[in-house]
Design a protein around this ligand. Structure first.
Ligand code: NDP
Ligand code: 8X3
Length: 254
């Protein structure tokens, strides 16, 4: 029987790379995001690269409770077979200080990174508990452990991901369902472009340093998922070598 992984935010960055890494492990893949064309391209690419796997797609806005509930309801039977849920969809919006920030940016971050992750978890974990098997991998961040100026609300959402991961692990105690929180530092994806709404500003974020690649995080996720069932990697902080801490980046060209 096929083993299935559902990856949210698979249309780009870490989610896309994770689809490739889990596809290489023989997982059939349920890929979600808003950009349907990207998901179609990814599914085509994966089926060519890994002919033995199956793919399913879900295009919806995870920050929208009704849309997400509709997806969960429509795919209730499929979700019963999900072995691995990678809660990856997320974003930062803006770097303004709290006293100047756009409240709309806060709503988007909180609704996506916290509420969207919770909706998906609720929809999948009940099946895992029933089967007494499964693995939920949340993509937190170093921003879920340490705060930096202009990042207060994004950091709050990732602190929430850490708390949810810990609370869920406690709630699942006594079952064989595992929960992992991956906490990356700087990864060069579309993240900074989405946050700053400007490609040139986004490029400057990584200037003179070597950031993590999406594949670095994907390989780590695949490794966590591939551990024997009695092993749960609870949390992992992964920085690029050029980043000693949030805000402490070695730019070798300076
Ligand atoms: P990308 O911007 O490249 O990818 C983000 C993904 O999330 C996209 O596939 C996007 O899909 C999806 N997404 C965003 N909003 C929604 C939404 N409302 N509904 C459905 N899907 C959504 O960034 P990354 O790959 O870097 O980000 C992945 C995760 O990693 C995020 O949770 C981020 O916070 C976290 N992270 C990133 C770091 C970095 O430095 N890059 C470091 C630490 C953590 P679409 O637009 O098609 O909907
Ligand atoms: C993204 C990493 O340091 O930009 O979560 O917040 S950081």
């Amino acid at each position: 029987m096929a083993k299935w992984a559902l990856i949210t935010g698979a249309s780009s960055g870490i989610g896309w790379a994770t689809a490739e890494a889990l596809g290489a492990q023989g997982f059939s893949l349920f890929l979600t995001g808003r950009r349907t064309e990207r998901l179609n391209n990814l599914a085509g690419h994966l089926r060519t690269k890994f002919p033995g796997i199956q793919t399913k797609l879900g295009s919806f806005d995870i920050s929208d409770r009704d849309e997400t509930q509709e997806f969960l309801k429509a795919h209730y039977a499929d979700l019963a077979h999900v072995d691995v849920l990678v809660n990856n969809a997320g974003l930062a919006r803006g770097v303004d200080k709290i006293q100047h920030a756009d409240i709309h940016d806060w709503d988007i971050m909180i609704d996506t990174n916290v509420k969207g992750l919770l909706y998906m978890t609720r929809g999948v974990v009940e099946h895992m508990v029933r089967r007494n098997s499964g693995h939920i991998v949340n993509i937190g961040s170093v921003a879920g452990r340490w705060t930096y100026p202009g990042g207060g609300v994004y950091c709050a959402t990732k602190f929430a991901v850490r708390a949810i991961s810990e609370g869920l692990r406690m709630d699942l105690s006594g079952t064989d369902v595992r929960v992992t929180n991956i906490e990356p530092g700087m990864v060069n994806t579309e993240f900074s472009k989405v946050r700053l709404q400007d490609q040139q500003k986004a490029d400057k974020v990584y200037e003179g340093m070597t950031p993590l690649r999406a594949e670095d995080i994907a390989e780590t996720i695949a490794w966590c998922v591939g551990r024997p069932k009695h092993v749960n990697i609870q949390e992992l902080v992964i920085y690029p070598t050029d980043q000693a801490h949030v805000g402490i980046v070695s730019r070798r060209s300076e």
